[in-house]
Design a protein around this ligand. Sequence first.
Ligand code: AR6
Length: 173
Amino acid sequence: MTTELIKGDITTIKADAIVNAANSSLLGGGGVDGAIHRKGGKAILEACVTIRDKQGKCKTGNAVITIAGNLPAKYVIHTVGPVWNGDSEEKNALLADCYRNSLTLAVKNNVKVIAFPNISTGIYHFPKDKAADIAITTVNNFAQKEKIDKVIFVCFDDENYQLYEEKLNRIKQ
Ligand code: AR6
């Protein structure tokens, strides 16, 4: 498994799957979730509604997979990050669950290239530095990582991009 860092909009990425930082309703919202539903079209929302009808809301740390509608990716993996409200081991573990459960779902669906946004670091206010450490560590420790060819970290804002650049370069050295 290799990792790649991109600065930009995840809705433009042609990966087998892009990950959405959703909320437990799975019915859309702002941030990256809003962008994915806007550009992907209503087929994604319909697929989310079908999942909700079957299983109810998506719990924090869990992930579900849908088609990607009009997006260049094949699938969207929707995961629900934790809302930050002060340091706690529980929140850290839930953010790690998002990455691990998304990767597990990717493997199950034969996804080889997967792109992640910086889950929870926008509207959910998770500290960016800590979130980047959790994301990179969890991806690198993923048990079945030989089944994934590439993980793309897509950073939308400068601060996240710089953090990931620094941390990924440190690992490579
Ligand atoms: N491509 C890539 N990254 C993006 C994009 C984009 N088009 N747009 C924003 N980001 P957020 P959260 C980055 O707020 O914190 C929604 O309302 C952004 O800079 O999208 O997990 C959901 O429905 C930030 O670094 O997600 C939930 O209610 C990162 O994506 C809630 O927000 C995550 O920011 C989830 O909050």
